[in-house]
Write a protein that binds this ligand. Structure first.
Ligand SMILES: C[S@@+](CC[C@H](N)C(=O)[O-])C[C@H]1O[C@@H](n2cnc3c(N)ncnc32)[C@H](O)[C@@H]1O
Length: 169
């Protein structure tokens, strides 16, 4: 189940799904900041069995949710609805490795777009995993999360954290 609030993204997704081979994939136009609207959607309930573990993929999206829109509560509401053994898969922009001026330039550029960005520090990203078991290797820059090929020193400074946490059984 892919959820996005941008009608253009949904139009492309539906066009892609008009072809063969999309299996059970479905798309829903909704806002991440409204977990209950998503969790109670009939298509979501029809596709996912909430009695069994599922993976919640919040990949490249939480940095578009500013603190004023309660991102930690949003994530907690989704996790509350999931069975033990479910996983939170997350990637998140960070300013931890870039000089503050470059970070501010990135924030300024996004401020003019439809999706202003909020980078978060290691500690702030860790907070999304409250109550979860963080799977190895923990929170690392994305190329270091179980890489297929050796990651480089430069990869260590990529401004995107990645991590997976599991809800305890
Ligand atoms: C960087 S893309 C990542 C998309 C997808 N998760 C992936 O990994 O391919 C970010 C997406 O988040 C969507 N988005 C931003 N804010 C959102 C919100 N509040 N609710 C739902 N989708 C949102 C944007 O429309 C965009 O398609």
């Amino acid at each position: 189940m892919y959820v996005d609030n941008d009608p253009i993204v949904l139009a492309h997704a539906r066009a892609l799904m008009a072809g063969a081979g999309h299996g059970e994939t479905r798309v829903l136009q909704a806002d991440l900041r409204e977990p209950q609207r998503i969790l109670t959607d009939p298509d979501v309930r029809g596709l996912l069995d909430f009695q069994r573990p599922v993976a919640l993929l919040l990949v490249g999206i939480l940095h578009f949710i500013p603190d004023s829109d309660r991102p930690y509560q949003v994530v907690a509401e989704f996790l509350d609805a999931l069975a033990p053994g479910s996983c939170l898969v997350l990637s998140h922009g960070t300013g931890d490795f870039i000089d503050p001026q470059a970070g501010q330039r990135a924030v300024d550029a996004y401020a003019k777009s439809s999706a202003p960005v909020t980078g978060r520090s290691y500690a702030e990203v860790l907070r999304f995993f409250d109550g979860l078991e963080l799977l190895p290797p923990g929170i690392v820059t994305a190329p270091f999360w179980r890489p297929d090929a050796p990651a480089t020193a430069e990869d260590a400074r990529l401004p995107i954290y990645a991590a997976v946490g599991r809800k305890r059984r």
